[in-house]
Design a protein around this ligand. Structure first.
Ligand SMILES: [Zn+2]
Ligand SMILES: [Zn+2]
Length: 306
């Protein structure tokens, strides 16, 4: 990770009140969408179209976070062309997890200080009691998003800051959020030729999709630092959790990932299903990506716990 260690980890101040409110809205509105979608099944029913919009949107924007924001932009685990870089940036932005540079800076900070005091979202170090454990889970899942110190861009993302196209994707974040919410609404409306279809498309392909992408990716920060196996000695609490491994498109093999952060493949064993690696492998087969970084078997064996 290209980190400029001469700079401090965080900006001196916490994020502004306006940004805190915006983050709270981004957490609560998808939850409200889930409730509205559930209630509206009663008068309007449900159907394959909305399941397809939900799953299609989940995979598109989820892969944007896992293969895009995480494995490509944060860890440089493979190489690709500029068109794919742009598309990955847009897909990740539509997941509504913050602008590109914020996401990458926060995640590089997490790796550098994993489960220590400076870690932005560790579930640990909140105390030893049962209540403290719940506080830790809440903080790691979403509490940190509402009130956190801003990571220092000059320290964590000097490489991304230099790139004009990536700065463009970063500052146009609200546009991609809007596109990600309105596109399924338009599809729902056009396919059913009804306003009800547009509303249900907006709810299931937009808000409810954001709700699931949010909570599954955030579970990697909380669940995968508490429950699961630790085949590798990483000097932190990262764990492999099979449920998150499948639901979070391969990101739940999190102990593997902390052991080999630049690996394009997180599911290192044959049975560790890794959807994001399948996506990257497909890009490679289509000659749209190249040079994936994968640790050799010798390195993997050497890093095993004894
Ligand atoms: Zn982690
Ligand atoms: Zn990572």
């Amino acid at each position: 990770m290209p980190i400029n260690t001469d700079e401090p980890a965080y900006e001196p101040r916490r994020i502004s009140m306006g940004l805190r409110i915006a983050n709270l809205v981004a957490i609560l509105v998808p939850f409200a969408g889930l409730i509205a979608g559930g209630i509206l099944i009663w008068p309007f029913g449900f159907g394959w179209l909305y399941i397809a919009l939900l799953i299609g949107g989940y995979l598109t924007t989820g892969i944007g976070i896992t293969a895009g924001f995480h494995r490509f932009f944060t860890h440089k685990s493979f190489e690709t062309n500029r068109v794919v870089v742009f598309i990955l940036g847009v897909m990740g932005s539509m997941a509504v997890e913050g602008p590109l540079l914020n996401w990458v800076a926060t995640h590089r900070c997490h790796h550098q200080h994993s489960d220590c005091e400076e870690d932005p979202h560790s579930p640990h170090a909140h105390g030893n009691g049962l209540w403290d454990m719940f506080r830790g889970i809440w903080h790691a899942q979403m509490g940190w998003i509402i009130n956190h110190k801003a990571p220092n861009f000059t320290r964590y993302v000097p490489d991304l800051q230099k790139d004009r196209m990536l700065r463009f994707i970063h500052v146009t974040f609200p546009l991609w959020v809007a596109v990600g919410l309105l596109f399924p609404a338009v599809l729902g409306g056009v396919i059913t030729l009804s306003w009800t279809g547009a509303l249900l498309g907006f709810l299931w392909g937009g808000l409810i999709r954001v709700f699931f992408v949010h909570h599954v990716t955030w579970s990697v920060n909380s669940v995968c630092h508490i429950w699961g196996r630790q085949p590798y000695d990483c000097h932190d609490e990262s764990r492999n959790n099979a449920i998150c491994g499948v639901l979070a498109l391969g990101e739940g093999w999190h102990n593997n990932h902390h052991a080999f952060p630049t690996s394009a493949k997180h599911g290192l064993r044959w049975w560790q299903f890794d959807m994001s690696w399948l996506f990257i492998k497909t890009l490679i087969l289509l000659r749209l990506a190249r040079n994936p970084r994968i640790p050799s078997l010798e390195r993997q064996r050497a890093a095993m716990r004894t």
